[in-house]
Design a protein around this ligand. Sequence first.
Ligand code: AMP
Length: 401
Amino acid sequence: MEILVINAGSSSLKYQLIHIETGQVLAKGLAERIGMPGSNIVHEWTKGEEVFKKKLDVALQNHTVAFDVIAGLLIDAETGVIRQQEDIKAVGHRVVHGGEHYTETQVVTDEVKQAIRELASLAPLHNPANLIGINAAEKAFPNAVHVAVFDTAFHHTIPEKAFRYAIPERFYQHDRIRAYGFHGTSHKFVYEQAVKHLEAPDLKAITIHLGNGASMTAINEKGESIETSMGFGPLAGLIMGTRSGDIDPSIIFHMVEEMDMSLDDIKEILNKQSGMLGIAGSNDARDVIRLYQEGDKNAILCYEMYAHRIKKYIGAYMAVLNGVDALIFTAGIGENNELARRLCCENLSGLGIELDVQANAAKNHPSQVVEVNTAASKVKILVVPTNEELEIAQQTYALVK
Ligand code: AMP
Protein backbone atom coordinates (compact mmCIF):
# COMPACT_ATOMS: atom_id res chain seq x y z
CA MET A 1 0.00 0.00 0.00
CA GLU A 2 1.16 3.56 -0.75
CA ILE A 3 0.78 6.13 2.00
CA LEU A 4 1.11 9.85 1.43
CA VAL A 5 2.68 11.69 4.37
CA ILE A 6 2.03 15.41 4.72
CA ASN A 7 3.69 18.07 6.82
CA ALA A 8 1.84 21.32 6.17
CA GLY A 9 3.13 24.74 7.14
CA SER A 10 1.33 28.04 6.66
CA SER A 11 2.91 28.60 3.24
CA SER A 12 4.59 25.26 2.58
CA LEU A 13 3.77 21.59 2.07
CA LYS A 14 6.23 18.76 2.52
CA TYR A 15 5.16 15.40 1.16
CA GLN A 16 6.44 11.85 0.80
CA LEU A 17 4.80 8.91 -0.88
CA ILE A 18 5.92 5.78 0.93
CA HIS A 19 5.45 2.16 -0.08
CA ILE A 20 4.63 0.81 3.33
CA GLU A 21 5.61 -2.83 2.85
CA THR A 22 9.20 -1.91 1.87
CA GLY A 23 9.50 1.50 3.50
CA GLN A 24 10.72 2.85 0.17
CA VAL A 25 10.15 6.52 -0.62
CA LEU A 26 8.62 6.52 -4.11
CA ALA A 27 8.41 10.29 -4.39
CA LYS A 28 8.83 13.31 -2.20
CA GLY A 29 8.82 17.04 -2.48
CA LEU A 30 8.31 20.47 -1.09
CA ALA A 31 5.88 23.16 -2.21
CA GLU A 32 6.91 26.61 -1.01
CA ARG A 33 5.59 30.19 -1.01
CA ILE A 34 1.99 28.98 -1.28
CA GLY A 35 -0.28 32.03 -1.65
CA MET A 36 2.69 34.28 -2.48
CA PRO A 37 4.55 35.38 -5.59
CA GLY A 38 7.34 33.01 -6.60
CA SER A 39 5.63 29.81 -5.46
CA ASN A 40 7.25 26.59 -6.61
CA ILE A 41 7.42 22.85 -6.11
CA VAL A 42 10.55 20.72 -6.01
CA HIS A 43 9.53 17.15 -6.78
CA GLU A 44 11.77 14.06 -6.56
CA TRP A 45 10.84 10.59 -7.73
CA THR A 46 12.52 7.22 -8.01
CA LYS A 47 12.47 4.77 -10.89
CA GLY A 48 14.25 1.58 -9.92
CA GLU A 49 17.48 2.66 -8.27
CA GLU A 50 17.55 6.09 -9.89
CA VAL A 51 16.35 9.33 -8.30
CA PHE A 52 15.12 12.23 -10.47
CA LYS A 53 14.36 15.80 -9.50
CA LYS A 54 12.38 18.62 -11.08
CA LYS A 55 11.59 22.16 -10.00
CA LEU A 56 8.33 23.69 -11.17
CA ASP A 57 7.70 27.41 -10.92
CA VAL A 58 3.95 27.34 -10.72
CA ALA A 59 1.27 29.59 -9.24
CA LEU A 60 0.00 28.01 -6.02
CA GLN A 61 -2.83 30.27 -4.85
CA ASN A 62 -3.59 28.07 -1.86
CA HIS A 63 -2.95 24.61 -0.37
CA THR A 64 -5.77 23.01 -2.39
CA VAL A 65 -4.14 24.12 -5.65
CA ALA A 66 -0.77 22.84 -4.35
CA PHE A 67 -2.27 19.42 -3.63
CA ASP A 68 -3.84 19.29 -7.10
CA VAL A 69 -0.44 19.97 -8.66
CA ILE A 70 1.23 17.36 -6.41
CA ALA A 71 -1.47 14.79 -7.24
CA GLY A 72 -0.82 15.50 -10.93
CA LEU A 73 2.94 15.02 -10.48
CA LEU A 74 2.39 11.69 -8.74
CA ILE A 75 0.46 10.25 -11.73
CA ASP A 76 2.24 12.08 -14.56
CA ALA A 77 3.85 9.93 -17.27
CA GLU A 78 7.29 11.44 -16.58
CA THR A 79 7.32 12.33 -12.88
CA GLY A 80 4.68 9.93 -11.61
CA VAL A 81 5.08 6.78 -9.54
CA ILE A 82 1.45 5.58 -9.33
CA ARG A 83 -1.17 4.97 -11.99
CA GLN A 84 -4.08 6.92 -10.60
CA GLN A 85 -4.84 9.19 -7.68
CA GLU A 86 -7.19 6.58 -6.20
CA ASP A 87 -4.17 4.31 -5.57
CA ILE A 88 -3.44 6.48 -2.54
CA LYS A 89 -5.65 4.87 0.08
CA ALA A 90 -4.35 6.72 3.12
CA VAL A 91 -2.85 10.11 3.94
CA GLY A 92 -0.97 10.64 7.21
CA HIS A 93 -0.80 14.23 8.47
CA ARG A 94 1.72 15.55 10.96
CA VAL A 95 -0.18 17.59 13.54
CA VAL A 96 1.90 19.36 16.15
CA HIS A 97 -0.49 19.67 19.07
CA GLY A 98 -2.96 17.01 20.18
CA GLY A 99 -3.47 18.45 23.66
CA GLU A 100 -4.26 16.11 26.55
CA HIS A 101 -7.10 14.36 24.81
CA TYR A 102 -5.32 12.87 21.79
CA THR A 103 -2.86 10.36 23.14
CA GLU A 104 -3.00 8.21 20.00
CA THR A 105 -3.03 8.63 16.25
CA GLN A 106 -6.58 9.38 15.01
CA VAL A 107 -8.57 8.97 11.83
CA VAL A 108 -9.58 12.53 10.92
CA THR A 109 -13.23 13.26 11.69
CA ASP A 110 -15.12 16.53 12.18
CA GLU A 111 -14.55 16.12 15.91
CA VAL A 112 -10.78 15.68 15.47
CA LYS A 113 -10.65 18.73 13.20
CA GLN A 114 -12.58 20.76 15.77
CA ALA A 115 -10.07 19.71 18.45
CA ILE A 116 -7.09 20.68 16.24
CA ARG A 117 -8.80 24.06 15.70
CA GLU A 118 -9.36 24.56 19.44
CA LEU A 119 -5.77 23.62 20.23
CA ALA A 120 -4.53 26.42 17.97
CA SER A 121 -4.28 28.67 21.02
CA LEU A 122 -1.59 26.28 22.35
CA ALA A 123 0.27 25.95 19.01
CA PRO A 124 -0.57 29.12 17.04
CA LEU A 125 2.23 28.67 14.51
CA HIS A 126 1.50 25.06 13.68
CA ASN A 127 -2.02 23.74 14.30
CA PRO A 128 -3.88 26.20 12.01
CA ALA A 129 -1.46 25.35 9.16
CA ASN A 130 -1.80 21.61 9.84
CA LEU A 131 -5.58 21.96 9.63
CA ILE A 132 -5.39 23.89 6.34
CA GLY A 133 -3.30 20.98 5.04
CA ILE A 134 -5.86 18.41 6.15
CA ASN A 135 -8.81 20.28 4.61
CA ALA A 136 -6.98 20.77 1.32
CA ALA A 137 -5.79 17.16 1.17
CA GLU A 138 -9.31 15.90 1.82
CA LYS A 139 -10.45 17.79 -1.28
CA ALA A 140 -7.57 16.51 -3.43
CA PHE A 141 -7.76 12.91 -2.17
CA PRO A 142 -11.45 12.42 -1.33
CA ASN A 143 -11.28 8.61 -1.48
CA ALA A 144 -8.38 8.26 0.97
CA VAL A 145 -8.60 7.82 4.72
CA HIS A 146 -6.94 10.81 6.41
CA VAL A 147 -5.09 10.26 9.66
CA ALA A 148 -3.67 12.76 12.17
CA VAL A 149 -0.38 11.85 13.88
CA PHE A 150 0.30 14.15 16.81
CA ASP A 151 3.77 15.31 17.86
CA THR A 152 2.63 15.45 21.47
CA ALA A 153 1.04 11.96 21.62
CA PHE A 154 4.13 9.94 22.54
CA HIS A 155 4.55 12.07 25.66
CA HIS A 156 1.11 11.25 27.12
CA THR A 157 2.75 8.80 29.55
CA ILE A 158 4.67 11.57 31.35
CA PRO A 159 3.40 11.47 34.96
CA GLU A 160 1.65 14.46 36.50
CA LYS A 161 4.54 15.20 38.87
CA ALA A 162 6.65 15.83 35.77
CA PHE A 163 4.19 17.59 33.48
CA ARG A 164 2.70 20.05 35.99
CA TYR A 165 4.21 23.47 36.68
CA ALA A 166 4.30 24.69 40.28
CA ILE A 167 1.81 27.50 39.62
CA PRO A 168 -1.78 27.72 40.94
CA GLU A 169 -3.86 24.71 39.98
CA ARG A 170 -6.49 26.69 38.09
CA PHE A 171 -3.95 27.39 35.32
CA TYR A 172 -3.82 23.67 34.70
CA GLN A 173 -7.48 22.81 35.29
CA HIS A 174 -8.93 25.78 33.48
CA ASP A 175 -6.23 26.95 31.09
CA ARG A 176 -4.51 23.62 30.29
CA ILE A 177 -1.08 25.03 31.14
CA ARG A 178 1.24 22.05 31.59
CA ALA A 179 4.23 20.50 29.80
CA TYR A 180 3.18 18.67 26.63
CA GLY A 181 6.48 17.94 24.88
CA PHE A 182 7.11 17.75 21.13
CA HIS A 183 9.15 15.78 18.54
CA GLY A 184 7.32 12.70 19.87
CA THR A 185 7.29 10.95 16.49
CA SER A 186 11.07 11.19 16.23
CA HIS A 187 11.81 10.17 19.83
CA LYS A 188 9.56 7.11 19.46
CA PHE A 189 11.04 6.13 16.09
CA VAL A 190 14.71 6.28 17.13
CA TYR A 191 13.99 4.51 20.42
CA GLU A 192 12.35 1.63 18.57
CA GLN A 193 15.25 1.45 16.10
CA ALA A 194 17.66 1.23 19.05
CA VAL A 195 15.59 -1.51 20.72
CA LYS A 196 15.75 -3.54 17.50
CA HIS A 197 19.46 -2.91 16.98
CA LEU A 198 20.45 -3.84 20.54
CA GLU A 199 17.83 -6.63 20.78
CA ALA A 200 16.92 -5.10 24.15
CA PRO A 201 13.13 -4.91 24.55
CA ASP A 202 13.44 -3.39 28.03
CA LEU A 203 15.82 -0.60 27.05
CA LYS A 204 16.06 2.51 29.23
CA ALA A 205 17.19 5.33 26.97
CA ILE A 206 17.69 9.05 26.65
CA THR A 207 16.85 10.20 23.14
CA ILE A 208 18.61 13.40 22.05
CA HIS A 209 16.98 15.02 19.00
CA LEU A 210 19.28 17.81 17.83
CA GLY A 211 18.02 19.61 14.74
CA ASN A 212 17.03 23.23 14.25
CA GLY A 213 14.61 22.49 17.06
CA ALA A 214 16.07 20.26 19.78
CA SER A 215 14.70 18.18 22.62
CA MET A 216 15.58 15.24 24.85
CA THR A 217 13.33 12.52 26.24
CA ALA A 218 13.75 9.99 29.04
CA ILE A 219 12.21 6.68 27.95
CA ASN A 220 11.69 3.90 30.48
CA GLU A 221 12.04 0.12 30.06
CA LYS A 222 8.41 -0.09 28.88
CA GLY A 223 9.16 2.28 26.03
CA GLU A 224 7.23 5.15 27.65
CA SER A 225 8.25 8.79 27.60
CA ILE A 226 8.46 9.87 31.26
CA GLU A 227 10.19 13.26 30.91
CA THR A 228 10.97 15.57 28.02
CA SER A 229 12.77 18.87 27.72
CA MET A 230 10.23 20.89 25.74
CA GLY A 231 7.29 21.97 27.81
CA PHE A 232 4.14 24.00 27.30
CA GLY A 233 5.65 25.16 24.02
CA PRO A 234 8.71 24.32 21.94
CA LEU A 235 10.87 27.05 23.49
CA ALA A 236 11.90 25.21 26.65
CA GLY A 237 14.91 22.99 27.29
CA LEU A 238 17.95 22.80 25.03
CA ILE A 239 19.76 25.54 23.16
CA MET A 240 18.48 25.41 19.56
CA GLY A 241 19.24 27.05 16.19
CA THR A 242 17.40 30.28 17.00
CA ARG A 243 15.53 29.43 20.25
CA SER A 244 16.99 30.13 23.66
CA GLY A 245 15.80 26.99 25.45
CA ASP A 246 15.52 27.35 29.24
CA ILE A 247 15.90 30.84 30.64
CA ASP A 248 14.99 32.32 33.99
CA PRO A 249 11.50 33.87 33.52
CA SER A 250 12.56 36.89 35.55
CA ILE A 251 14.61 37.97 32.50
CA ILE A 252 11.31 38.56 30.70
CA PHE A 253 9.97 40.72 33.56
CA HIS A 254 13.22 42.67 33.54
CA MET A 255 13.03 43.24 29.79
CA VAL A 256 9.45 44.52 30.08
CA GLU A 257 9.78 46.57 33.25
CA GLU A 258 13.32 47.93 33.06
CA MET A 259 14.09 47.87 29.35
CA ASP A 260 10.70 48.90 28.00
CA MET A 261 10.56 46.03 25.56
CA SER A 262 7.26 44.78 24.17
CA LEU A 263 6.16 41.18 24.54
CA ASP A 264 6.20 40.82 20.76
CA ASP A 265 9.85 41.89 20.67
CA ILE A 266 10.76 39.46 23.44
CA LYS A 267 8.91 36.64 21.73
CA GLU A 268 10.80 37.38 18.52
CA ILE A 269 14.15 37.49 20.34
CA LEU A 270 13.66 34.26 22.28
CA ASN A 271 12.25 32.33 19.31
CA LYS A 272 14.09 33.75 16.32
CA GLN A 273 17.27 35.56 17.43
CA SER A 274 18.61 33.41 20.25
CA GLY A 275 20.22 29.97 20.51
CA MET A 276 23.24 29.36 18.25
CA LEU A 277 22.35 32.43 16.19
CA GLY A 278 22.35 34.65 19.26
CA ILE A 279 25.62 33.31 20.66
CA ALA A 280 27.69 32.56 17.56
CA GLY A 281 26.03 34.57 14.79
CA SER A 282 24.63 31.65 12.76
CA ASN A 283 21.82 29.19 13.34
CA ASP A 284 23.47 26.65 11.03
CA ALA A 285 25.63 24.31 13.12
CA ARG A 286 27.95 23.82 10.13
CA ASP A 287 28.84 27.52 10.05
CA VAL A 288 29.45 27.41 13.77
CA ILE A 289 31.78 24.38 13.41
CA ARG A 290 33.81 26.27 10.85
CA LEU A 291 34.12 29.26 13.18
CA TYR A 292 34.93 26.90 16.08
CA GLN A 293 37.79 25.40 14.07
CA GLU A 294 39.07 28.88 13.26
CA GLY A 295 39.23 29.57 17.00
CA ASP A 296 36.32 32.04 17.09
CA LYS A 297 35.61 32.68 20.78
CA ASN A 298 31.86 32.98 20.41
CA ALA A 299 31.62 29.78 18.38
CA ILE A 300 33.67 27.91 21.01
CA LEU A 301 31.47 29.29 23.78
CA CYS A 302 28.37 28.38 21.77
CA TYR A 303 29.36 24.70 21.48
CA GLU A 304 30.40 24.64 25.13
CA MET A 305 27.06 26.06 26.24
CA TYR A 306 25.18 23.78 23.85
CA ALA A 307 26.88 20.65 25.22
CA HIS A 308 26.71 21.82 28.84
CA ARG A 309 22.93 22.14 28.65
CA ILE A 310 22.61 18.66 27.15
CA LYS A 311 24.86 17.20 29.86
CA LYS A 312 22.68 18.73 32.59
CA TYR A 313 19.70 16.98 31.05
CA ILE A 314 21.59 13.69 30.71
CA GLY A 315 22.32 13.80 34.44
CA ALA A 316 18.76 14.73 35.31
CA TYR A 317 17.26 12.01 33.11
CA MET A 318 19.62 9.35 34.45
CA ALA A 319 18.26 10.23 37.90
CA VAL A 320 14.66 10.15 36.69
CA LEU A 321 15.23 6.75 35.02
CA ASN A 322 17.43 5.37 37.81
CA GLY A 323 20.24 4.72 35.33
CA VAL A 324 20.26 4.43 31.57
CA ASP A 325 21.26 1.78 29.02
CA ALA A 326 21.67 3.99 25.96
CA LEU A 327 22.05 7.56 24.78
CA ILE A 328 20.57 7.99 21.32
CA PHE A 329 21.64 10.93 19.14
CA THR A 330 19.49 11.90 16.17
CA ALA A 331 18.40 14.63 13.68
CA GLY A 332 20.58 17.03 11.64
CA ILE A 333 23.14 17.77 14.36
CA GLY A 334 22.78 14.50 16.31
CA GLU A 335 23.41 12.44 13.17
CA ASN A 336 26.00 14.53 11.36
CA ASN A 337 27.92 16.62 13.83
CA GLU A 338 30.64 14.57 15.53
CA LEU A 339 31.87 17.65 17.38
CA ALA A 340 28.54 18.21 19.13
CA ARG A 341 28.32 14.53 20.14
CA ARG A 342 31.92 14.54 21.38
CA LEU A 343 31.40 17.61 23.57
CA CYS A 344 28.13 16.23 24.95
CA CYS A 345 29.81 12.98 26.03
CA GLU A 346 33.08 14.51 27.29
CA ASN A 347 33.97 13.85 30.94
CA LEU A 348 30.99 11.64 31.66
CA SER A 349 32.97 8.50 32.54
CA GLY A 350 31.80 8.93 36.15
CA LEU A 351 28.31 8.15 34.83
CA GLY A 352 29.51 5.14 32.82
CA ILE A 353 29.36 7.08 29.53
CA GLU A 354 32.48 6.72 27.38
CA LEU A 355 32.56 7.82 23.77
CA ASP A 356 34.92 6.15 21.30
CA VAL A 357 36.20 9.38 19.77
CA GLN A 358 37.56 7.71 16.65
CA ALA A 359 34.42 5.70 15.97
CA ASN A 360 32.39 8.83 16.61
CA ALA A 361 34.34 10.70 13.93
CA ALA A 362 34.43 7.77 11.51
CA LYS A 363 30.74 6.91 11.80
CA ASN A 364 29.40 10.38 11.23
CA HIS A 365 26.38 10.63 8.83
CA PRO A 366 25.27 6.99 9.26
CA SER A 367 22.44 5.59 7.13
CA GLN A 368 21.57 3.10 9.85
CA VAL A 369 22.05 2.62 13.60
CA VAL A 370 25.72 2.80 14.69
CA GLU A 371 27.42 2.42 18.09
CA VAL A 372 30.05 4.99 19.01
CA ASN A 373 30.79 4.03 22.63
CA THR A 374 33.99 2.33 23.82
CA ALA A 375 33.88 -1.37 24.69
CA ALA A 376 34.23 -0.44 28.37
CA SER A 377 31.36 2.07 28.38
CA LYS A 378 28.46 0.92 30.58
CA VAL A 379 26.09 3.05 28.57
CA LYS A 380 25.70 2.48 24.82
CA ILE A 381 25.99 5.60 22.69
CA LEU A 382 24.07 5.28 19.45
CA VAL A 383 23.62 7.46 16.41
CA VAL A 384 20.25 6.70 14.85
CA PRO A 385 18.95 8.40 11.70
CA THR A 386 15.45 9.63 12.40
CA ASN A 387 12.64 9.19 9.90
CA GLU A 388 9.52 10.96 11.07
CA GLU A 389 7.78 10.44 7.73
CA LEU A 390 8.20 6.67 7.89
CA GLU A 391 6.93 6.65 11.48
CA ILE A 392 3.86 8.69 10.42
CA ALA A 393 3.30 6.30 7.50
CA GLN A 394 3.55 3.26 9.78
CA GLN A 395 1.17 4.72 12.35
CA THR A 396 -1.26 5.64 9.57
CA TYR A 397 -1.05 2.14 8.13
CA ALA A 398 -1.69 0.59 11.55
CA LEU A 399 -5.05 2.43 11.65
CA VAL A 400 -6.21 1.75 8.10
CA LYS A 401 -4.94 -1.72 7.19
P1 AMP B 1 17.30 19.33 11.12
O1 AMP B 1 16.37 20.35 11.74
O2 AMP B 1 17.16 17.97 11.73
O3 AMP B 1 17.27 19.33 9.62
O4 AMP B 1 18.80 19.79 11.51
C1 AMP B 1 19.35 21.00 11.07
C2 AMP B 1 20.70 21.23 11.74
O5 AMP B 1 21.58 20.13 11.45
C3 AMP B 1 21.41 22.49 11.27
O6 AMP B 1 21.96 23.19 12.36
C4 AMP B 1 22.55 21.94 10.41
O7 AMP B 1 23.66 22.80 10.43
C5 AMP B 1 22.87 20.64 11.11
N1 AMP B 1 23.59 19.76 10.19
C6 AMP B 1 23.11 19.16 9.08
N2 AMP B 1 24.10 18.50 8.43
C7 AMP B 1 25.23 18.69 9.15
C8 AMP B 1 26.60 18.27 9.01
N3 AMP B 1 27.00 17.53 7.99
N4 AMP B 1 27.48 18.66 9.98
C9 AMP B 1 27.09 19.41 11.00
N5 AMP B 1 25.83 19.85 11.19
C10 AMP B 1 24.91 19.49 10.29
